[in-house]
Structures are given as structure tokens and as C-alpha cells.
Design a protein around this ligand. Structure first.
Ligand SMILES: Cc1cc2nc3c(=O)[nH]c(=O)nc-3n(C[C@H](O)[C@H](O)[C@H](O)COP(=O)(O)OP(=O)(O)OC[C@H]3O[C@@H](n4cnc5c(N)ncnc54)[C@H](O)[C@@H]3O)c2cc1C
Length: 452
């Protein structure tokens, strides 16, 4: 056996969860091999150059929040945290399709009180809706509101939130953070989002946007790993986890390479795990439970237009199919060829099979309704990116059954935004899952570290 091919741990998948696992293990002086099937790192969080415009765009616009401590720690380790645009306080413009606007601001009072006060200032809510929303926020903050196994919608009704208030206040938050509709997603996760992000410390609720492409945020990682005695191999599709005496001993890749380790983290989606696991594992509980996940799409629409856009970074759109618009020229570091808007349709099941052209045209029409000042804008170019399985769908049923980093096989671990992080599928959820899996490896008594 070639000693160069023996590792303390092999991490499969260089998305955010795999990167976090490899990073933590390397920080603990473990010799790590990170294997990625594609030619880039970042997984779903990546960017590329649009050929026609020459502009850098993401696989889908990503927004971070101040409470993303694990993900922000990765960026600080890689020294790319300076490439982020940060709000001073939460400020979300709401633009309605009837041309009216509102703003949710948390600038007057610190912490949770700031967001609660911001709700009181929303013009579209009636006084009784504001009082109910405020009372609800206080109950969440004090831990009095019990979500049980309700959907977010059932829970909001049980907390006396009107259908109108659910529509214009809570639904945009739920769609943006859970990528599912209030009637689908678990109330427990919604409560977690409200508690950590919106009703936590003041900085927790601020929105953060990358000033560069997502790939640029993570690009120093391969060099960082090399400096820490680790190796990353791109274009290495893992085809099989090899077992010896019912424990993992190696992985076999499509290129025919075999890499050895007694500790393996599979930081890949459930369906990919099923492809690489040996037949003898199929009776294990963790394996059977991989079938339980369903997924929700996100449609990202990039629009290049010929007029200037109002001087805002982003806005939530209401009464439209498109839910968010991001004004890239307002926060990106590099010059952009013309006005570039990136728009998001979360949980976009209704339009996922529509033609790209009609999605782009409808999206611009909706933005014109919300921003009448650009009603004469012409579309110069567009790009529609459909991620059919953007995130797992966090239903109440699945929330109680998400996988832990441990499998029922010694030495075999799992990471990924779909595992049990008590968070929605986000960059922060992915980072936390990678952190948990690496800690599970470090704590595992059975692990035989060959080099350390
Ligand atoms: C369009 C879109 C918009 C989003 N917006 C936001 C947002 O605004 N804010 C936010 O916080 N989150 C957002 N997310 C979610 C966020 O991107 C994900 O939660 C996170 O990137 C998931 O990371 P991961 O490591 O769990 O999985 P992945 O990113 O899927 O990484 C898995 C990696 O494993 C590799 N792989 C798979 N099988 C194998 C194999 N057999 N061998 C080797 N490698 C393999 C894959 O190529 C991939 O690189 C968005 C996601 C999408 C798709």
C-alpha cells in the first residue's frame, strides 16, 4: 500500500459542509484528503463567468445573515471576510406589485426590540395586526410559543396571525429562509430562524451579501489546506466506499484511484450517498432513511437591463411570483457591463418547467410593477438558472428524522445541509453539519489515525 494514499480522514464532497469538515480536521493536525467530483469547490455555493456579458454570476444569489457564525468563521480563516457587504442594521425594503412600498428596519432599538419595533412601523399592517405580530414576537423571544409538529402556517394561525399578516410579513421570511411555503415547512425551524436571526442579538439580523462571486470567497481554500498538510483533488468522483470487516477502509474513485482511511465523511446529498455505499450496508437504518427526503427548487433569474435601478441593494417583492430582487451594481466590487438584477423565486414549483425566456420576461414585468420608475426598461440579456433540488424540504415529518453525523457504521460519518443541524438548508447549516461531522471523527474512539 502506497503510504501517500493513506489519510487520517477522507472527506467526500467539497461543498461548504465538506470544506468545513476538512478545515476543522486540518486545524487539529489531521492529514485530510478532500475529494470532489466536479472541477470546482463550493458545491451549490459557486459562481462562474456569464459568457455573453463577461460578468461573474452565482449559481443563485446567496444572502447571509449576521448569525452565520460558522460560515463567517470559514471566511475569516480564509481571509475573504473583507469581501462581504454588511448592513449596519436590518433594513428590508418591501415593494408591492401595486407600486406601494414599506420598510422593515431595526435601527432604533438594539437586539430583538429593534425588529419588533420595525414591525410596528410597517404601513401595510393594521394596528391590531401589528399588536398581534409584536405579541407573537415576544412569545417567541421568551420561549412561550410552542410549535410542536405543526406546519409554519398552522402555527401562525394558532398564534393569532391574520392571513394578511402571514402573506405580507411571515411568508417572505419563510420562503427566503426555508425555501418552502408556510403550509409545507416545519414551524419548529421557523421558530429557530426567528429566534436566532430576527429576535437574537442586533448583529444577528443584519443581511450580508458577497461583493464578489461565491467561488471567490472560497478560492483560497485549496492552498490553505495544502499548507495544513491536507490535499484536495478535483474531478475525482467517488464511486464506492470500500469496507473491510464491516468498517470503511478506503474509497475507490472513477479514475481508478484508491485512497485509504478508517474515517470517512460523506459530505454529499442523500442520493449520492446511496450510489457509493456498498451493498452490505443497505440493511442499516441510516441507509434506509436516506429515501425520506424530498427537495424544493429555486429559480434564479439574472436580468441585464438598459436603465439605472433605484439606489437600493435589494428588496422583497410582494404580490408577485418573484420574491426578491438584488441590485448587483449596488454592492458588487467589480464593474458590471450594465444594470444587473438577480432575482429569486424560492420554492418555485409552479414555474420550474416554464421556458427560460418566459420566466425572464415575467420577472422583469413584475419588477416594473414594483418599481414603476423603471417601467421603460428593456431587457439586454438574461440568464435563468433552475436548481430543481436546491434544498431539502423541511416538512414537520422530516424535521424529526434528519440524520445525525453518525451512521450505524463505525468510522463512517455524514455531513450536509440536510442533516440534523436544527437549521434550514443554508450556508450556515452546511458549515455546522461539517463542524459536527469533523468533531464526531475527532471524538471517535475507533478512529485509527495513521499519520498523527
Ligand atoms: C439557488 C440556491 C440559492 C441559495 N441561496 C441561499 C442563500 O441565500 N443563503 C444561504 O445560506 N443558503 C442558500 N442556499 C443553500 C446553500 O447553497 C446550501 O445549503 C449549501 O451550499 C450546501 O452545502 P453542502 O456542502 O451541504 O452541499 P453541496 O453544496 O451540494 O456539496 C456537495 C458536494 O459534493 C460533491 N459530490 C457529490 N457526490 C460526490 C461524489 N460521489 N464524489 C465526490 N464528490 C461528490 C458535489 O459535486 C458537491 O460539490 C442556496 C442554494 C441554492 C441552490
Amino acid at each position: 500500500m502506497n503510504n501517500d494514499n493513506i489519510f487520517d480522514c477522507i472527506v467526500i464532497g467539497a461543498g461548504v459542509s465538506g470544506i468545513q469538515s476538512a478545515l476543522l480536521l486540518a486545524q487539529h493536525n489531521k492529514r485530510v484528503l478532500l475529494l470532489e467530483s466536479t472541477l470546482y469547490i463550493g458545491g451549490r455555493a459557486r459562481s462562474f463567468i456569464d459568457k455573453q456579458s463577461g460578468d461573474c454570476i452565482d449559481n443563485g444569489q446567496h444572502a447571509l445573515m449576521g448569525c452565520y457564525t460558522h460560515f463567517l468563521n470559514i471566511l475569516s480563516t480564509l481571509k475573504t471576510d473583507s469581501l462581504l457587504y454588511r448592513q449596519h442594521h436590518l433594513s428590508v425594503p418591501f415593494m408591492y406589485s401595486d407600486g406601494h412600498s414599506d420598510i422593515l428596519k431595526a435601527d432604533v432599538f438594539p437586539a430583538a426590540l429593534g425588529v419588533a419595533f420595525g414591525i410596528m412601523n410597517l404601513k401595510k399592517l393594521s394596528l391590531s395586526e401589528k399588536i398581534s405580530a409584536l405579541y407573537f414576537a415576544i412569545r417567541i423571544r421568551l420561549g412561550f410559543a410552542k410549535s410542536g409538529s405543526l406546519t409554519a402556517f398552522e402555527f401562525l394561525l394558532s398564534e393569532n396571525q391574520s392571513a394578511h399578516c402571514i402573506d405580507i410579513l411571515w411568508t417572505p421570511i419563510i420562503l427566503a429562509t426555508l425555501n418552502g411555503h408556510p403550509k409545507e415547512v416545519a414551524a419548529s425551524l421557523f421558530v429557530q430562524v426567528l429566534t436566532l436571526a430576527f429576535l437574537g442579538k442586533k448583529d444577528a439580523s443584519t443581511l450580508i451579501l458577497p461583493k464578489v462571486g461565491l467561488s471567490d470567497l472560497l478560492s483560497p481554500f485549496p492552498d490553505w489546506l495544502a499548507e495544513h498538510n491536507g490535499i484536495i483533488k478535483l474531478g475525482e468522483l467517488v464511486e464506492e466506499v470500500v469496507f473491510k470487516d464491516k468498517k470503511p477502509s478506503a474509497v475507490l474513485t472513477k479514475s481508478g484511484e484508491i485512497y485509504h482511511s478508517n474515517s470517512i465523511i460523506m459530505a454529499i446529498p442523500p442520493k449520492s450517498i446511496k450510489r457509493i455505499i456498498h451493498k452490505e450496508c443497505k440493511e442499516y437504518t441510516f441507509y434506509k432513511a436516506l429515501d425520506q427526503y424530498t427537495f424544493s427548487p429555486i429559480i434564479s433569474v439574472y436580468l441585464w437591463i438598459d436603465v439605472e435601478f433605484p439606489d437600493i441593494e435589494f428588496a422583497a417583492l410582494l404580490g408577485t411570483n418573484t420574491q426578491w430582487v438584488f441590485h448587483k451594481n449596488a454592492f458588487m466590487q467589480n464593474n458590471i457591463s450594465s444594470t444587473l438584477l438577480s432575482c429569486t423565486v424560492s420554492a418555485g414549483n409552479n414555474s420550474i418547467d416554464d421556458e427560460g425566456t418566459s420566466i425572464a420576461i415575467q420577472c422583469l414585468q413584475e419588477i416594473k410593477l414594483c418599481f414603476p420608475s423603471i417601467k421603460h426598461a428593456k431587457l439586454l440579456h438574461w440568464k435563468v438558472i433552475k436548481e430543481k433540488q436546491a434544498t431539502f424540504l423541511a416538512t414537520p415529518e422530516i424535521e424529526n428524522k434528519r440524520h445525525s453525523p453518525y451512521t450505524d457504521i463505525e468510522g463512517l460519518f455524514i455531513a450536509g445541509d440536510w442533516t440534523n443541524t436544527k437549521l434550514p438548508a443554508t450556508l450556515e447549516g452546511a458549515a455546522i453539519s461539517g463542524y459536527h461531522a469533523a468533531n464526531a471523527v475527532l471524538a471517535s474512539k475507533s478512529t485509527v489515525f495513521s499519520h498523527s
